[in-house]
Design a protein around this ligand. Structure first.
Ligand SMILES: Nc1ncnc2c1ncn2[C@@H]1O[C@H](COP(=O)(O)OP(=O)(O)OP(=O)(O)O)[C@@H](O)[C@H]1O
Ligand SMILES: [Mg+2]
Length: 386
């Protein structure tokens, strides 16, 4: 028997009813590469979002579930069949307007959605990732936290405790200011706990980023063909001072501002290209390559820790990437290190032509106005149309 180090689980079938612009559609997928082609606004990304629902119990884009029901319809239904080496799971997600979302695995309803998340790991690469570069530090901390939380349960607990203590400390600072009084001892009670939780989170972030950087740089090099060097630095008040000293130093400022100005809630990642800040000096395509490498490194991390190959969703990869980089990326994701992929493109045959040169199995679907049809095209026909 062939030894498989990684557990492969793929989405064999998807059916949707009244989901976004889809009245009713059923799709049978390849366990490797699935290309979703169609013009703007036809519903390619919506299919990716339905798949995202099956993994994370929610939309990647819209946190308000009811807005994902087809206009004027009373409900939506998303059903999927995941197939593994010796099991098949039926996943059901249904939402009626003004009612609670129903989520079932093999007909059994979950009482806590959190129990489902992680069973079918999935990584989405989307134009929305650009917020990691353009937005404030919170989005970057969220990225780090979401990756670490996948493999370290204590991490999330420490982080939650830290945030609770932080808001208590901030409330006390505000109270001091309102009452024009100051009581050092009562502040120290919070400081002690804040330091304890903060130190743990800091250490874990530091460890994680150290090993993550190497994987990230490897992917960037593969996509860019080694044309430029990228870096990622972890900035934290706790890097060169003890948290206790940092809090002590910041005390007057904290009292004036009425909140805690130092700590791991201010941590950030500094992205660089050839040693310069990415946001200011990288081209659009370089920024996009950077984000894709980040997400692929996340994929790699989850895969190695969970020993399950995640499903990879690639939305709009041609947007801003040149043909050479897309080709490098497609060669990379069609290698055996990857499992099932879903890729969108507005061009009907561009992706198919790329995959014809690799040996990976692929299917092409034509998406038109909320309807998806598999394109049964032979190698020759695809080449002819192109
Ligand atoms: N709740 C809803 N009911 C009906 N239609 C919806 C709903 N939500 C979104 N849509 C429609 O879905 C369409 C967008 O689909 P989607 O984002 O999947 O397009 P796309 O094929 O990915 O396009 P692009 O190439 O521009 O990315 C839009 O026409 C939008 O109006
Ligand atoms: Mg789209």
């Amino acid at each position: 028997m062939k030894y498989k180090a990684f557990f492969l689980m793929h989405l064999k079938k998807l059916s949707v009813l009244n989901f976004k612009n889809y009245p009713e559609t059923e799709l049978q997928f390849s366990n490797r590469i699935n290309c979703l082609t169609g013009n703007n606004g036809e519903g390619k990304t919506n299919i990716l979002d339905a798949i995202h629902y099956l993994s994370f119990c929610k939309s990647f884009f819209n946190p308000i579930d009811s807005q994902n029901i087809l206009h004027e319809s009373p409900f939506f239904l998303i059903q999927g069949v995941f197939e593994g080496p010796d099991q098949e799971d039926d996943i059901y997600c249904g939402l009626k307007r003004n009612q609670k979302k129903q989520f079932k695995r093999n007909k059994k309803e979950y009482s806590r959605l959190a129990d489902h998340i992680g069973l079918y790991p999935l990584v989405m690469i989307s134009p929305a990732d650009s917020e990691l570069i353009t937005e404030g530090s919170e989005s970057r901390r969220k990225f780090i936290d979401s990756v670490i939380a996948q493999f370290d349960r204590d991490y999330l607990e420490n982080l939650i405790s830290y945030n609770k203590v932080l808001s208590q400390r901030n409330a006390l600072l505000k109270q001091f200011s309102d009452s024009r009084q100051f009581d050092r001892t009562s502040l120290e009670i919070w400081d002690m706990q804040l330091i304890e939780y903060g130190k743990r989170v800091h250490l874990k972030r530091q460890d994680f980023i150290n090993s993550f950087i190497t994987i990230f740089q490897k992917y960037y090099e593969l996509i860019s063909g080694g044309r430029e060097e990228v870096g990622m630095g972890y900035t934290s008040h706790l890097n060169d001072t003890s948290f206790a000293d940092a809090l002590e130093k910041a005390l007057n400022r904290d009292r004036a501002m009425e909140y805690t100005t130092v700590g791991i809630h201010k941590d950030d990642l500094e992205f660089t290209i050839n040693g310069y800040p990415l946001k200011k000096y990288a081209s659009q395509g370089q920024q996009k390559s950077f984000l894709i490498a980040l997400k692929l490194a996340q994929f790699d991390f989850i895969k190695n820790i969970k020993k399950v190959t995640p499903i990879l969703l690639l939305d709009d990869i041609y947007d801003k990437l040149d043909d050479r980089r897309v080709k490098q990326l497609m060669e990379l994701v069609s290698s055996d290190n990857f499992g099932q992929l879903f890729i969108t493109d507005t061009h009907p045959t561009r992706l198919a032509n790329l995959f014809l040169t690799t040996n990976a199995d692929f299917k092409v679907f034509q998406i038109t106005n909320g309807n998806a049809l598999e394109v049964k095209t032979t190698e020759i026909e695809i080449k002819k149309i192109a």
